[in-house]
Design a protein around this ligand. Structure first.
Ligand code: SF4
Length: 946
């Protein structure tokens, strides 16, 4: 039987070398092992990619995108060389040039600007993850016009989280996967925080925990939820406030948590004649005051032994001061938030709202548990145990990208807080460098001076009208009008407004637009056709209205054709990067962690990592942060910067393996010339665990605060109270009510009063101009095509080469549509003609499609007849960065009035069945652009190794 058995090699050698780096196929930044094989010439080539089992983010898990990274690296659409435009904008006519010539051209445009009007440069980066570096470059240049893509992504989520709790979802926090028993998601597709959430859901489901998904569309994580709530888009805030109503009415709140760790007991001025009406009562040092339950006396909240009283009022100088909690009760117990009142608007029955609220309370309170960790709080009180409340939440862009998104996100945090589920076992936990209160962040800076750096960081947190970025004459200091009365708390800027404001010369004209990884002439813009017109329009002198555009990308994206000078970036396997604690790190709730990328292969083209190009260009321009005292170039490339830059003494981009007095140490420490090698030797990452007893209750836990100082996260302890009642918002309201020197312009006064409620509210978004358009239209990203980064990827294209419009059964029937039929979808801004497909698990009045599958003919080195160019489409043709005109001559942004977040998901459309276009090509079909990199081969096939 056995003598004829073949001999099988069950463990063939699959690679000649493994190089460990960090994935960049999405923003999760998993650790990857890149297997390299020798080709016949003996050169090592990328053979395949697997997950790194030791890595804190993914522990070996790799998703479809991650393993398809090899095709990203080999994509025919990679740019090959710096280029200058030689045809008209949009023609795709370029000439390859040397890097020296590219720098000469860039410097010849930028130097005169810096010497006279630095604000004439607008430098905006897209999905850049080196913002601490790119912002330093812009700051050193001296322009106030810098931001990344947060304004059109999820700034409401980030801003509401930090203003309310000192931290947010996404990479800034995570559920306590080891203890949570009820996990509720709002507005999350399957993309953001992909592998960690998939692993987490798997873990908690194994334990029998429940998952509730709130989303108009049942895909991704919602498809594996035990309970799916197909909410009406834009009403999440109302649903959440109704649950708060139910919990308050039933007395199901963590009163101890509210009293100890939040501003619920802080006293508020109740004199409606006072210029301080609605502001917090503070002592001479600015500390918020509460009544101590033990002594009945007025006291700063943080004194030893203080037990803040949630109900006591305080009367002084004829003014009654009431605690925040009184105001919450008054507001949220009102019948306007009763489930019966909100049910129809939200599309959720009153009974279901009550059931979910009751379930949240049951798990939080009836399944509470104690962890045996002693800890000492900021008041000096030692607690023998930590109380667990096993309810956790996660939310993302779905609730954020509405014009009421900031207040909705704030409402969600208030719900978490009244359940006592933040930073406790079983709840939502921050990841270092969070928690960090808004007051510990910088304020925005716009102080410009020719030939000088800006007077401080561009982006930050405002705390009242005095912090707005306004010029002396009251006009916006920034091109995107961030931090103005139009959107006072726009902490990430408004990238989606830059091109349209620059084109309109409102608030002023610029000279050079410099962008990185931002496909603004296609899916990253709210108004694709309009933006293309703005980029190509010329003034009466024959010059482009936006005179110069410099753009950096690794691929021949649609934006390349509309730029004048191209700085070609590398792929992620060919570059240095740092995933830094100064930026958007890869920490866990139990650990600080950061990581690098390094060139596991050298580029075979004339390309450079964008950050390295900025080091060269910064030196050529003589930017102070990029030159030595003698004027020579300070950082030879980005790797040199990563290792040698110090943000503050002892604090650099990477926290691992820094140089201490007695050798290598983590956190703070001097420059270590071998730091990059240390990271490479450790698999590309560094991790340091938070000690037991310090890893929960972080905002108030002395042991955590000490650890954070040691690690260089803070320079001193930063304990704080969670902010249920936002005093900065009340200050903006007060100004709108007529107090103070800085008041809003008349046309914004009412809006500021209405939207800037210091306690979260819900309001219907502006529907003026939407008459006749009654169906909400949404996009979301497919997991395999996160941020469209994989659109030209030969493997991923096979999963999503085309996209239908998904329509709920009810609307399919109403319009006599069946799968494969075509429909004309119109909005106040445009029209598309697309194929449809029925989807039952979808809100009855919502249609949706995958984002960014459609491609412009001639882009991404795709064949002109590729399905992406003929069968794929963009919803962006229906959206606009401006609201429909109101007849008042003003330009009203389609943004959240508080943060400026692009309100992508407020889009309303009408549906009409039509015949299929004769060639079955979705419309609009835009004319082809010439590909500056040619076309990919008809067949993509090769073998690595022997
Ligand atoms: S989840 Fe994102 S970072 Fe992780 S392997 Fe997938 S694509 Fe890469």
């Amino acid at each position: 039987m056995t003598h004829k058995q073949p001999t099988l090699d069950l463990s063939p050698k699959v690679s000649d070398e493994i190089r460990k780096t960090t994935c960049y196929m999405c923003a999760c930044r998993c650790g990857i092992n890149v297997h390299m094989k020798k080709d016949p010439l003996g050169d090592l080539k990328v053979a395949y990619i697997e997950g790194n089992r030791d890595h804190p983010v993914n522990q070996g898990v790799l998703c479809a995108k991650g393993s398809a990274g090899i095709m990203q690296h080999n994509a025919p659409s990679r740019l090959k060389s710096p280029m200058k435009r030689v045809g008209e904008r949009g023609s795709g006519e370029f000439e390859e040039i040397s890097w020296d010539e590219a720098y000469e051209i860039a410097a010849s445009w930028l130097k005169p600007i810096r010497e006279t009007n630095p604000e004439k440069l607008a430098f905006f980066t897209g999905r850049d993850q080196s913002q601490s570096f790119t912002s330093l470059w812009a700051q050193s240049f001296g322009t106030p016009n810098y931001a990344a893509h947060g304004g059109f992504c999820s700034v409401n989520m980030a801003a509401a989280g930090i203003y309310t709790m000192g931290g947010a979802f996404w990479e800034f926090g995570q559920p306590d996967w080891d203890h949570t028993k009820l996990f509720m998601l709002f507005g999350v597709a399957e993309d953001h925080d992909s592998n960690p959430i998939k692993m987490g859901i798997g873990k908690i489901k194994k334990r029998g925990a429940r998952v509730i998904g709130v989303n108009p569309i049942r895909t991704g994580y919602n498809a594996v939820a035990d309970d799916w709530v197909g909410i009406t888009p834009g009403t999440d805030g109302l649903f959440i406030l109704s649950m708060i109503h139910c919990l308050m009415k039933a007395g199901r709140m963590d009163l101890n948590y509210l009293a100890q760790y939040t501003d619920a007991a802080v006293l508020i001025n109740g004199d409606d004649k006072s210029p301080e009406f609605g502001l917090k009562l503070r002592d001479e040092n600015g500390k918020e005051l509460v009544i101590d339950r033990t002594t009945g006396k007025l006291t700063p909240y943080d004194q030893k032994g203080v037990k803040p009283d949630l109900s006591a009022t305080h009367r002084a100088k004829g003014i009654t001061h009431r605690p925040v909690f009184h105001q919450m009760a008054e507001m949220y117990l009102d019948d306007q938030y009763a489930p019966e009142t909100v049910a129809e608007t939200c599309g959720i029955s009153a009974e279901r709202i009550r059931t979910i609220a009751a379930e949240l309370a049951r798990v939080a309170f009836d399944e509470a548990f104690e962890l045996d960790h002693e800890w000492t709080d900021f008041r000096g009180e030692t607690h023998k145990t930590m109380t667990g409340r096993p309810v956790s939440f996660h939310a993302m862009r779905g609730i954020s990208a509405h014009a009421n998104g900031f207040q909705t996100c704030r409402a969600l945090h208030v719900l978490q807080i009244i359940l006592g589920t933040v930073e406790v076992p079983g709840g939502f936990r921050f990841k270092p460098p969070y928690p960090k209160p808004a007051t510990a962040h910088p304020k925005p800076h716009v102080g410009i001076c020719p030939d000088q750096p800006l007077d401080g960081p561009h982006l930050g947190f405002v705390h009242g009208p005095e912090d707005l970025a306004l010029k002396d004459d009251g006009t916006p200091a920034r091109i995107d009008k961030a931090f103005t009365w139009e959107n006072p708390m726009s902490v990430h800027g408004l990238m989606h407004m830059v091109i349209s404001n620059a084109y309109a010369g409102d608030p002023y004209k610029i000279d050079t637009l410099f962008m990185y990884m931002a496909n603004m002439s296609w899916n990253s813009s709210m108004n694709t056709t309009g933006v293309i017109e703005m980029l190509t329009d010329k003034d009466e002198s024959g010059e482009y209205v936006i005179p110069r555009i410099i753009y950096s990308d690794a691929y021949s994206s649609e934006m390349v054709a509309y730029s004048d000078l191209i700085l070609p970036d590398t792929t992620y396997l060919e570059r240095h990067d740092c995933i830094s604690l100064l930026d958007r790190p890869i920490c866990e709730a139990d650990a600080a962690a950061d990581a690098i990328r390094w060139p596991v292969v050298e580029p075979d083209r004339n390309v450079k990592g964008f950050q390295s190009a900025l080091c060269d260009l910064g030196a050529k321009l003589g930017l102070p942060a990029f030159v030595n005292d003698d004027g020579s170039q300070k950082y030879t490339d980005y790797a040199d910067y990563i290792v040698n830059h110090e943000r503050r003494p002892g604090v650099g981009p990477l926290a691992g393996w820094r140089m201490g007095e007695n050798g290598l140490q983590n956190g703070r420490g001097g420059v270590n010339a071998s730091q990059m090698e240390n990271y490479i030797g450790n698999g590309g990452f560094f991790v340091e665990h938070i000690p037991d007893g310090a890893n929960y209750y972080k905002p108030w836990n002395q042991a955590y605060q000490d650890w954070a100082v040691k690690m260089g996260i803070f320079d001193s302890q930063q304990p704080y109270l969670f902010t249920l009642y936002s005093e900065p918002m009340r200050k903006f309201q007060l100004a709108a009510e007529g107090h103070g020197e800085r008041q809003p312009p008349e046309h914004l006064r009412e809006r500021v009063k209405e939207t800037m409620s210091p306690l979260p509210i819900w309001y219907e978004t502006d529907q003026e101009g939407n008459e006749g358009f009654t169906v909400t239209a949404l996009t979301q990203r497919p997991m395999a095509m996160y941020h469209s980064w994989g659109s030209q990827n030969a493997w991923l294209r096979q999963l999503h080469g085309r996209n239908p419009m998904y329509i709920p059964s009810k609307l399919m029937k109403a319009h006599a549509l069946t799968d494969g039929d075509w429909a004309e979808i119109t909005s106040p801004h445009g029209k598309i003609t697309v194929p449809v497909m029925e989807m039952a698990a979808l809100n009855d009045n919502t249609i949706w499609t995958w984002n960014a599958i459609g491609k412009r003919k001639g882009a991404w080195a795709l064949d002109e007849e590729a399905p992406e160019a003929t069968k794929g489409f963009l919803l962006n043709h229906l959206i606009h960065e401006l609201m429909p005109p109101k007849g008042d001559g003003l330009r009203w942004a389609n943004s959240d009035p508080i943060t400026g977040q692009a309100a992508w998901f407020d889009l309303k459309v009408a549906i009409k069945k039509v015949d299929a276009p004769s060639d079955a090509v979705s419309l609009p079909s835009m004319k082809s652009i010439k590909s500056p990199v040619g076309k990919g081969p008809a067949e993509l096939k090769w073998k690595v190794g022997q």
